[in-house]
Each structure stands twice: as C-alpha cells, then as structure tokens.
Design a protein around this ligand. Structure first.
Ligand code: DAT
Length: 173
C-alpha cells in the first residue's frame, strides 16, 4: 500500500516532460524518475542507435531495476512511453500535448536528426502517446494536458499538485 502516489508524465519528446517533472518534484517532494537517465546510468539497454541518436531500451532490465523503488510510491516517471509500466504501480498518467509547429521548433533547437524529428512530429500529430496511455490504463486515470506555453505549464502543475493533495487525503493511514 503506497502512502504517496506514482505518476507517469508522458508525451512525445520535446513536449515538456522534464520541465514539468522538475518543477513538480521541487514543489511536492515526489521524486523525479528520468527513465532516460536510468537507462544510461544503470545500463538498461542493448546499445545505441546511431541513426536515431537514442538508446535501445531493455525494458525487462529497466523494470527490474526500478521495481523496488517505484513500488514504495512517490515517483514521477518521465518517459516517452508508458505501456511498459505495470498498471498496479501507477495512480495517474499525464499525457502532455503540444502544437506541431511549436514541437518542430523545440526539436530543431535540439539538433535532432531529420528522420527522428519527422518521426516525433508524426507521433504527436497521430496522438500515439495519448492512445498508448488510453490502451494501457483505466480511462479515469489518464489526463491529457496542453503544454504550448508557460501559462499552460503553470496551470498543469497546479492541477497535478491539487490531484496529489487529494490522493494523499484519500489514501491517508
Ligand atoms: P521533454 O522532456 O518532453 O523532451 P522538455 O521539458 O525538455 O521536454 O522541454 C523541451 C523544451 O521546450 C525546453 O526548452 C523547454 C520547452 N518547453 C517545454 N514545455 C513548455 C511550455 N509549456 N511552454 C514553453 N516552453 C516549454
């Protein structure tokens, strides 16, 4: 039984996951679990894909590596996929969304290879992550939030903080 909730913040790369998670972690005391960092630091991968400039994740190794921590509760999981995490671990799934023109600018600023940039734009336009979240978790725990502007971010953070406070009230003792 968790006394603190576990939240997934997901969405296409560039949508604002890290920025949201860092602020949320600061404000709430929940821990920001950057799956990207864990994959690298704990070697949960089968090597590096040079074309896509990204690690090829070993999902079984990753889940084994984070299971003991996450099961205790109090984690904000930051990753551009969500279907790998067992339903029983997760209390809320936030899917961040962004306009494709803004996403293009954000990914261009990161010097993404063209093929990776295009794939991510397509993914955002096709709502791939939103669908993945809806297919993997109960619909009442999946929330879609817009992340176009800093005002959006502020209201998203406020909304998630309110949700966390309610969750704690409802799951106290
Ligand atoms: P992700 O972790 O999803 O890849 P990020 O948090 O690194 O995304 O954000 C990518 C860039 O976009 C970064 O420069 C911050 C900016 N950004 C993210 N969300 C934003 C928002 N809601 N308003 C303005 N800028 C935002």
């Amino acid at each position: 039984m968790r006394t603190q909730p576990n939240i997934i913040v997901t969405g296409t790369p560039g949508v604002g996951k890290t920025t949201h998670c860092e602020t949320l972690a600061q404000n709430t005391g929940l821990k920001h679990l950057s799956i990207n960092d864990i994959v690298k630091e704990r070697g949960c991968h089968d090597g590096y894909d040079e074309e896509f400039k990204s690690w090829i994740v070993d999902e079984d190794k990753l889940l084994d590596s984070i299971e003991d921590e996450v099961k205790q509760g109090g984690y904000i999981i930051d990753w551009h996929a969500c279907d790998l995490f067992p339903k029983s671990w997760i209390d809320l799934v936030v899917v961040l969304r962004v306009d494709s023109t803004l996403l293009y600018d954000r990914l261009k600023a990161r010097d993404y290879p063209e093929v990776k940039l295009q794939e991510n734009l397509d993914s955002e336009i096709m709502e791939v992550l939103l669908q993945e979240a809806r297919d993997s978790y109960d619909e009442e725990i999946v929330v879609e939030l817009t992340s176009n502007t800093s005002d959006d971010m502020e209201s998203n953070i406020e909304r998630i903080e309110t949700w966390i406070a309610h969750w704690k009230e409802n799951n106290a003792g």
